[in-house]
Design a protein around this ligand. Structure first.
Ligand code: SF4
Length: 209
């Protein structure tokens, strides 16, 4: 093992607590400069199911917890209807700091760029190695890109359990914020139903012994 590999090994967090601290002092990309804090993943240390979203939103950035804003409420409702107990799931984001732009006094969400996703994949990968979920659910394109290390077209792969390049399995579906952006009630109902179907596939896979 080279000196560099050895240093890397020594610096790699070995617990979720150490990971949270490391994420909060991370300077791997510029997003830490504009956010209140890093928002680490939360859930049981060895949850069978890990849900990965895009990045914290305004509420998550202020509160320091993932999926506590409007999209989180959609996710909670869907999890309940898919008979998945959120307390038994590890919930996190592909990018740990909130990226936004100011519009007057409002902080509007801005999608992370490929460099930021790649920089934060370092933490995401460690998180998956520590939790070792049976299944990762990538919510949306940013999470899917982080997990599969390439651009993923959601509609081509959604709802299927696929092997992940660095180990384990993942299923891709939409991000719940997508449902909030749809205008037509009919579209919302159709997409929500499909989202539930995807979550049910995930539950069935993760509950296999
Ligand atoms: S977004 Fe991720 S990589 Fe960038 S500073 Fe925050 S924790 Fe580090």
């Amino acid at each position: 093992m080279s000196l560099f590999e050895q240093q890397l090994r020594e610096e790699t967090p070995r617990s979720l607590k150490a990971l949270r601290e490391a994420e909060n002092s991370c300077r791997r990309c510029n997003l830490y400069k504009f956010a209140t804090q890093a928002v680490p993943g939360e859930g049981p240390a060895h949850a069978p199911l890990m849900l990965i979203g895009e990045q914290p939103g305004n509420d998550e950035d202020l509160e320091g917890h993932p999926f506590v804003g409007p999209a989180g409420r959609v996710l909670d409702k869907a999890l309940q209807e898919a008979k998945i107990d959120r307390k038994q799931v590890f919930v996190t984001n592909a990018v740990k700091h909130f990226k936004h732009e100011m519009r007057g006094k409002r902080r509007l969400h801005k999608r992370p760029d490929p460099g930021e996703i790649e920089a934060c994949r370092w933490w995401s990968k460690i998180e998956r190695e520590l939790v070792k979920p049976k299944l990762v659910v990538a919510l949306g394109a940013t999470a899917a890109r982080s997990v599969f290390e390439r651009v993923i077209t959601i509609n081509k792969v959604r709802g299927r359990v696929l092997p992940v390049p660095d180990g384990g399995n993942a299923l891709v579906t939409i991000h719940p914020s997508y449902l909030l952006r749809l205008q037509e009630e009919r579209d919302k109902e159709r997409e929500y139903a499909q989202f539930l179907d995807d979550l049910e596939v995930a539950r069935a896979f993760a509950s296999r012994s």
